[in-house]
Design a protein. Structure first.
Lengths: 275, 311
C-alpha cells in the first residue's frame, strides 16, 4: 500500500508542478460557470431548475472534455518512461509491475478528481451564491461529477493500454487522439447514420440500446440525462433509459468494465515486456 | 529446478542464452557468484555486459537457461518485492527531468524505505549538496552519473550492479566512488561491475568475467587468467658493459632474446620456463648486474582474450 501511495504522490506532484491540475481546474471551472450562467436564461419556459439545466449541458460537454483530459494525462505514462529509460531503473526497486500501473492510476485519478471537484464544484458554489438549486438538482450534480470521474478513469485506462502497446511517444499521442475521435465522435455518428439508413428494419430497439450501452461515452450520457426525473424532463428523453431496461447501476457497471478490462490488458502486456 | 549450491551463493546462471530477434546476445553463460565477491565484467562494446546485468536484474528474461538471484528467479518482480536490497546504476542513467535532484533521490529513497537523512548524506557524499535544489534537467552528464551513484547506494544494498560506473566522473570522484564501493564491500556487499577501465578495477576485482560476442571466454582471478592466457614473461637483464651479446648467446633455445645493446637485453619466455631461466641467469655470476621481471600487463591479457577465437 505504501508503494502505491509513493508512486501516486509522484504523479500528483508532477501534475501540480507542470500546472496540469491548475489548468484543468480553470478549464472545467470556467466552462461549468459559463454553462450555468447561460443555462439560467431559458429556465422559465422549461420548468426545470437551473442546476438541472447545468447538469444536462455540462454532461454533454464533459463527454468531449473529460476523455480528452484523461487521455492527455495517460498516453505518455508508460511509453514516456520506457523511452526515457526511467522505467528500467524504477523496476529494479522493490516495486512490482502491477504496483507501478496501479500507483500511476491512483495518481492520475486523483488529479482528475481534484480537477473535476474543484472545477465543477467550485463553479457551482459560485452559482449558489447567486441562486440556490433544488435538493434533487444537487444530487444530480454530484452524481454527474462522480460519473465524470468514472468516465475519466475509462480513458486513463485506455490511455495506458495505448501507452504500453506502442513503441514511441508520438505514436501514443496520435493513437490517443484517434481513440478520442472514435469513442466521442465517430462511434455515435456511425451508429446514428446506420440507424437512419436502416429505417428500423434490422436495428431494433433492443440492438440499438445494446449498441448505445457498450459505448462508455453513451453510457455516461444516458446515465446523466435520464437518471433524475428533473434532468430527463428537461433533456426531453424522459424514460428512454428505463424503457430500454438500463438501470443506473447497469450503466455504471458497463463503464467500470471499460476501466477494469483495459487496465488488466495493460498489466498483462506490461508483465511480459522486456526492458 | 535450480538449487543454490551453498548458502553464500548469491547469483547463479546456468546455461543462459539470450536472443534478440534470432540474434544471440548471450550464449551458454554459466556463472556462480559468491557473497562478498566483486565481479568485473569486461568486454568490447556489444559483448553482452549490459544484457547480462539486465538478466540478473530481471528486467529481461533468458531465452533458455535458469537464473537465480538470492534464491529467486529475478524475472518475477515478487522476488524483488520481498525486500532484497539491491542497487543498480544503468549505463546511461535517466531521471525525471522536471524534478530536482533532491526530489528524485527522496522518491527513490521512499521506495527503498531509506530515510531523508540518508538522502542528504548521499547528496553531500557525491558532491551534489549544492545542486540538489536544481532540476535534474539542468544537470551535466557527470552530475547525472553522481546522482545515479547516490540512488544506487540508497539503503545499504547487499547487491550492487554498476554498469560502467565511472564514465563521466573526474579522477577525484572516481577515487571517491571506489572508496564507497570498498566500504560496502567490507560490510559484505556483492558487486557486479562492468567496465572498460581495467586498471581501475584491477585491484578490487575478486574475479573477472571476460565476454566476447556474448560468450564468456574467460572467468577467474587475475592469476588464473594469466595462467590461462600463457602470455610470455619478459625479463630485462643488465650485464657488465660489452658483455650483452655474449651473455645473450648463453640463454638457450627456450627463450626469445630481443633488444640487445651494450649493457642489456630483453628476453621473453613462457610462464613455466620462467624459474629455470632465472636460475640459469643467476648462476652466470658477476657478469649479470641486474634483472627485472615484467609480468604480462592487464591490457595484454585483455587483448589476448579479445583476439582469440571464442570457443
Amino acid at each position: 500500500m505504501k508503494m502505491l501511495w509513493v508512486l501516486a504522490m509522484k504523479e500528483i506532484r508532477d501534475g501540480l508542478r507542470n500546472r496540469w491540475i491548475a489548468a484543468a481546474i480553470i478549464l472545467l471551472g470556467s466552462l461549468a460557470l459559463a454553462l450555468s450562467l447561460l443555462g439560467s436564461a431559458p429556465t422559465g419556459s422549461v420548468k426545470a431548475s437551473d442546476l438541472d439545466i447545468t447538469v444536462i449541458s455540462l454532461s454533454s460537454l464533459s463527454v468531449y472534455l473529460i476523455p480528452l483530459i484523461a487521455l492527455m494525462l495517460s498516453f505518455d505514462a508508460l511509453v514516456g518512461e520506457f523511452e526515457r529509460g526511467t522505467m528500467m531503473l524504477l523496476l529494479t526497486y522493490p516495486v512490482s509491475r502491477w504496483q507501478v500501473i496501479m500507483g500511476k492510476f491512483l495518481g492520475h485519478i486523483s488529479i482528475l478528481c481534484i480537477a473535476i471537484f474543484a472545477g465543477y464544484g467550485g463553479a457551482i458554489l459560485i452559482m449558489t451564491i447567486f441562486a440556490g438549486g433544488s435538493i434533487e438538482g444537487w444530487q444530480a450534480y454530484v452524481t454527474m461529477m462522480m460519473s465524470s470521474l468514472i468516465l475519466g478513469a475509462v480513458f486513463i485506462a485506455l490511455g495506458y493500454l495505448v501507452s504500453v502497446l506502442v513503441k514511441e511517444r508520438a505514436t501514443a499521442a496520435g493513437t490517443a487522439i484517434g481513440l478520442w475521435l472514435i469513442f466521442v465522435v465517430i462511434y455515435d455518428l456511425v451508429l446514428f447514420g446506420a440507424l437512419l439508413m436502416d429505417e428500423g428494419q434490422i436495428i431494433g430497439q433492443q440492438l440499438f440500446s445494446t449498441l448505445m450501452l457498450i459505448s462508455p461515452t453513451d453510457s455516461y450520457r444516458i446515465f446523466n440525462l435520464s437518471l433524475f426525473e428533473g434532468v430527463s424532463d428537461a433533456a426531453g428523453i424522459a424514460g428512454i433509459a428505463s424503457e430500454a431496461g438500463m438501470s443506473g447501476s447497469l450503466l455504471i457497471g458497463v463503464m467500470s468494465l471499460w476501466v477494469v478490462i483495459p487496465l488488466m490488458l495493460t498489466l498483462f502486456v506490461f508483465q511480459k515486456r522486456e526492458l | 529446478m535450480v538449487t543454490l549450491n551453498s548458502a553464500s551463493e548469491v547469483i547463479l546462471l546456468q546455461s543462459v542464452n539470450k536472443f534478440y530477434a534470432n540474434e544471440a546476445v548471450l550464449h551458454d553463460v554459466n556463472l556462480s557468484i559468491q557473497s562478498g565477491e566483486c565481479i568485473v565484467l569486461v568486454g568490447h562494446n556489444g559483448a553482452g555486459k549490459t544484457s547480462l546485468i539486465k538478466l540478473m536484474l530481471g528486467l529481461t528474461r533468458p531465452t533458455s537457461g535458469a537464473i537465480k538471484v538470492l534464491g529467486h528467479d529475478p524475472a518475477f518482480s515478487a522476488a524483488v518485492a520481498q525486500g532484497m536490497s539491491l542497487g543498480y546504476l544503468p549505463e546511461s542513467v535517466a531521471f525525471y527531468e522536471a524534478m530536482t535532484g533532491r526530489e528524485v533521490l527522496s522518491f527513490y529513497a521512499q521506495l527503498k524505505g531509506a530515510s531523508k537523512v540518508e538522502c542528504d548524506k548521499l547528496l553531500d557524499l557525491v558532491g551534489l549538496g549544492d545542486a540538489s535544489k536544481r532540476r535534474v534537467g539542468t544537470y551535466s552528464k557527470g552530475m547525472r552519473q553522481r546522482l545515479g551513484l547516490a540512488q544506487a547506494m540508497l539503503g545499504n544494498p547487499q547487491l550492487l550492479f554498476l554498469d560502467e560506473p565511472t564514465t563521466g566522473l573526474d579522477p577525484i570522484l572516481r577515487q571517491h566512488f571506489y572508496e564507497l564501493i570498498d566500504d560496502l564491500q567490507k560490510e559484505g556487499a556483492t558487486s557486479i561491475i562492468s567496465s572498460h577501465a581495467l586498471h581501475e578495477v584491477e585491484a578490487r576485482a575478486s574475479r573477472f568475467v571476460i565476454l566476447k560476442k556474448g560468450v564468456v571466454v574467460a572467468c577467474g582471478t587475475l592469476e588464473e587468467l594469466y595462467q590461462q592466457a600463457t602470455l610470455p614473461v619478459r625479463v630485462k637483464v643488465s650485464v657488465k658493459p660489452g658483455e650483452a651479446s655474449s651473455v645473450a648467446e648463453r640463454m638457450g633455445s627456450a627463450v626469445n632474446v630481443t633488444d640487445i645493446n651494450n649493457q642489456s637485453f630483453n628476453l621473453s619466455c613462457d610462464m613455466d620456463e620462467k624459474m629455470p631461466i632465472i636460475r640459469h641467469i643467476s648462476n652466470l655470476g658477476d657478469v649479470v648486474q641486474d634483472m627485472q621481471i615484467m609480468p604480462p600487463r592487464l591490457d595484454e591479457l585483455y587483448s589476448y582474450f579479445m583476439s582469440g577465437d571464442p570457443s
